[in-house]
Structure formats: structure tokens, C-alpha cells
Design a protein around this ligand. Sequence first.
Ligand code: ADP
Ligand code: ZN
Ligand code: ZN
Length: 667
Amino acid sequence: MPHYIDVILPLPLQETFTYELPLQLGTFPQVGSRVVVPLGNSKVYMGIVVRLHDEEPPYATKQILDIPDEPPVVLPAQLQFWRWVSDYYFCSMGDVYKAALPAGLREKPKVSRRQKTTKGTQDKQLFVMHPLSDVQQQAMDSIQEQWQKHSVCLLHGVTSSGKTEIYIHLMQKAIDEGKQVLFMLPEIVLTTQLTERLRRVFGERLGVYHSRHTDSRRVELYRRMLSDSPCDIIVGVRSSIFLPFQKLGLLIIDEEHETSFKQQDPAPRYHARNAALVLAAQYGAKALLGSATPSLESYYNALNGKYGLVTLKTRFAGMQLPTIEVVDAQEMMRKKMMTGIFTPQLLLHIRHALEQGKQVILFQNRRGYAPVMECRECGWTPRCQQCDVSLTIHRNLSRMVCHYCGAAYDIPAVCPCCNGHELSSHGYGTERIEEQLQRILPEARIARMDLDTTRSQQSYEQILHDFEQGNTDILIGTQMVTKGLDFDNVSLVGILSADQMLSQPDFRSYERAFQLMEQVAGRAGRKGARGHVLLQTRDAGNDIVQQVVTHDYEGMYRQQAQERKLFRYPPFCRIVLVYLKHRNESVVESLATDMSNLMRQVFGDRVLGPDTPPVGRVQRLHIRKLILKIELTASMSAVRQRLLALQAQVLAMKQYRSAQIYYDVDH
Ligand code: ADP
Ligand code: ZN
Ligand code: ZN
């Protein structure tokens, strides 16, 4: 009988902690079981057992306090997966533990409560599955053929080609074979529209794992997955990769190009698509990546034979892709023909669509009223006190808000610098566009969908419902309106400004701009007559704009891949961003210099920087950034070991003790 256990705690510290097993407990935890343990003088944590052994540690150990439930809540396959996440994304097992389990399973128990698991009914008579068209059937056959040779297949299908319907058929086949399915979507695509579509087919065999659900609902689903009647299909967002699958056989990732699959903060800063592919490999499951605009990484892998590739070039039921018309906003400005952000062409098309009883979607990738306010007399602009960034005006809230830290300030009536009375707004957020358009078209029923109007799941659903029912004529929104939505009556999509998307200081900004525009264009003309898209820009000659006009994904890919290769960016290498933070700017400056010198001794010219990021201070911490470019063949755990050693070396210096260093892999 073992006397000791090693336990993971939800802390970013050391890997494991050792405790003694008291004999009088009468029960034994297993690997993956939860245990209640003390830490320090007064803290109590819920830990996960990773090892039972008899090796007495060279220090006094404490005894565990309780075993709330004997059977493991983390399966061996999950622990193996956690190790990979921790190794690859440079974080501790504790960080992974925190991301992986719903809070209710991590909390120190007030009372040791056992949740009832709801058993799924296995009744299957509720089917409303559409038969596939010939083109869809061929695609489905090709996917399965590709799976003979490659465990991962990329489905490159234009918007509204019927990908979702193919997914449904593949899911059905997998569960008929007794396997489990994980169907992953980016947060904002996981609409009720889609869940209902799947629910109608799969009923209770389907479980939905969403961050908008309450924690107790997530605990319940997690428990059900551990039970002897788990869900056959999970539809979920990125954290669903951490559910306890018992016999995962199929992984489908829709909108695989979405950057929101990458978790930014806090650690683990994992890429859910890439991590899910590792998970699938671990289970020997087949994987399908789907997109109308694949990521450069996935397309590169498909072209190089690492993934299979299946293409759907036509829309379902012979619908044509929308026509795209570029409007030169620069010229309209010069001719003084703009009404606010609207060109006369766009207004004409909007009026026309409304006259025909059609609906319109307008896309602007910026929320709030205006991104900048300025004093006409002295040029003062309001800035966040904690971050190096100007504040966004939110008229509806009557506040100025920092989009980095969330701090809100009162809008001044006069300039605090010169007491001037003329404070003007520059630029356009969705709020201002809504206000302007309502003034131009007083009769139109306009709704806005962005982070501010969809704080609750209910308001989000209401906006979609009203649009679907035709109670709204025009839907203005941020990238929330660009994907996943399937409306029948939208004839016109307006892209209000391509320029901000094209000017982001990021090596992915062109790829991303193409994806966003192509996706939002895909909302037009899904049923009925061919859709039309108006694309306003001051940079009409930009290659990306031209590639959107011709729906030329391959052209975009070739051009971007060439540049990435030339300048050594993914998919031709891996990127690790090293962030350094400190309250004092001169400290972080010299820390960054010291760290980069040490890194150069080890990694040579793979190190770039240090640089100050575009927003150089967030929440009072000054930031510096280093870039490390790693060959695709290198071992990430070796890189991690060396970086952590260097980090320990610099943080041991007295002046840097309160500094923070962290890593972002595959940003
Ligand atoms: P995608 O996922 O590629 O954007 P969808 O699967 O949403 O495309 O299909 C677009 C539209 O066509 C949807 O309204 C869908 O219900 C319909 N559709 C697709 N395939 C079929 C089919 N085989 N039978 C009937 N309707 C279909
Ligand atoms: Zn002023
Ligand atoms: Zn701020």
C-alpha cells in the first residue's frame, strides 16, 4: 500500500506537491482522483493525484484532508494530454488544471457533494437529416478516402457550400460506429441557430460546452462524460478539448482559421485547434478541419501532403457567390460626397435593398462610438491612466472606455487642458454608424450586434431572432456578424472600411483581413437571388482587396506564403513571443536587454527584439517583447527547458525580482 501521493494544485508554481496518505481514511485515491490538501499555514486546495508511491521525501509532508470522490475525475489520457499542453505552451500543470476543469470541480468543497448525472436517452427517432447532394456526397466520400492515408483532412469549401450538412453526416456515421465526436467552433459561431440545427438531429446524444453556460452546467456535462452514458457528441468552444472523452473517434473543427481558437490570457496560452489535433492523434481519432478561408498553416500542411485536402467550390443548390464591388472612399472624400462614413454608392444600394424587402448586414470591425476624441484647439486626446492607449468613446454609456483594461472615465464637457469647448470625435465605431444611419434612414429598423449589445446570452439571441424573423432591416456589427450565420433574406453586405484591418502591425493582418471580408461577404445571397457586397476602402488597389473581389483564396495564399517564407514567419517556422513586464520602465528596459543577450547566446539570430508593443503599457505595467523563431523540427520541450533556465537566471537578480516573464507559443 503506497504511503505518499503527488498532487497537482491549481497554482502556476512547481509541478507537483507530495502528501502523506493517512491510513484511517479507509479509501484510496487513484491517479486522476481529487483530493483535498492543506498548503502553508491556512490554505486548503483541491488537488489532482498524479502518482502514488513509497518514496519518502526529504522534508516533512502533510497529510491529505479528504477524498471527495474516489473514482478519477481526470482520465489517464487526459493527464497525458495535460503534460503535452504544459510542455508545448510553456506553462505549469497547475495552469492546465485550472483551464481544464470547471471551477466547481476545482473548488475546495464546502460540503463534499456528489452531483447527479443526467442520463441521456438513447432514443433516435427524431431525425431530420437532409440527404446530401451529389457534390456533398462526393466530398464526404473523398474525406473518408483521405482518412485512409492521413489522419487529418482539410475541407476547403466556399461559404454556404453545405459543409455543416457534411459534418452532420460524418458525425452520424461515427456515432453509429460507437465512437464519440468532438465538434469545435469558435465562441461567436456557436450560435443557437447551429445548436438547434444539431439538436434536431441528435437530441440528447448531444452535449454543448460553452463558456456562456453556468459553471454548474459545465460540471454536470463533465460528470456525464465520465459516467457510463456519456454524450456521443460534444459541440464546444476551445476548452472542450479538456473534457474526459472515453472513446473519441472523430474531431471536427469548423472555421479552423479563426484566431479566437488561440487563448491569449491567462496561461495556458494554447491554440485549441492545434491542441485538439494532438488530442485526436492520442486517441487515434480522425480529424476534419473545415473553412471557406483556411489558415495559411493548414493549407500549407494540405499542399505538402501532411493533411488530406478536399475542396468544395460551389454553393449548395447552385447559388452563386456574391458579386463584390469596391468603392473608392478616398475619391468620394475628395469630391466631398461622403455622408459620414457612407459613400453615396453604399447608401443607394441600402435603399434599394430595403425597397425590395431585403435585409442588409453592415460590418465594421470596431465597437463603441469613436476610437478617438480630440480637442480642436490644443489637440488633447483622452488616454487611459493605466495603459498607453487612447480611450474609446461610448456615447450610450456616456463614458470613455479603455479597451485594454476596461477602465471607464467620464466624458469631459470641456477640454481639461485648455478649457476649449470643441471636442470632436474621430473615426467610426458601430455605435456611431448606427446613429448616423438612423438619421439618414429614419424609417429603417436598425439593430447593432457587438460586445456591448450582447452582454447576456439572451440579448444576443434576441438580436439574431429579430433579424431572422425580419423584424430588423439592417444589422450593423463587428466580426460577430461575419461568420456562421445563415440568413435567407440578406441581399446586401456592406464592408464599411477595409483600411483598419489592412493596417494592423501583425504578420497575419493581411491573411486575417481576407478571411474577415470573405466570411462577411459569405452572408449575402445564401438563398434566392445572387448577393451583392460593397467594399469601401481608401486603398482600392491593395492586393488583398482585389483577391476578395475575385474570391481568390489561392492567390492570397501564394502571395502571403511567399512573404512569410522570405521573412521567416509561420507556417515556415514557429514563433515564441517572450513578454517582459514591470511597473518601472527603466527596469523592464534593462531586463529586456539582459534577457535578449542571454537568449542570443543560446539561440543566436533566431532572437528578434526587444521591442515595445503597439500598446506599451497595460494596467500600469510596462511591456517589452522578444520574438524567438524556432525551426519546425526543433523539440519544444528542449526550447522550454532552456528558456526557463535563462528566465531563472535573470529573475534571480535582485533588481528584477518583481518582474514578470511569460511566453506565448504559436501566437
Ligand atoms: P456552410 O456550412 O458551408 O456555410 P451550410 O451547411 O450552412 O453551409 O449550408 C448552407 C445552406 O444550405 C443551409 O441553409 C443548409 O440548410 C442548406 N443545405 C446544405 N446542404 C443541404 C442539403 N443536403 N439538403 C438541404 N439543404 C441543405
Ligand atoms: Zn484643449
Ligand atoms: Zn487601460
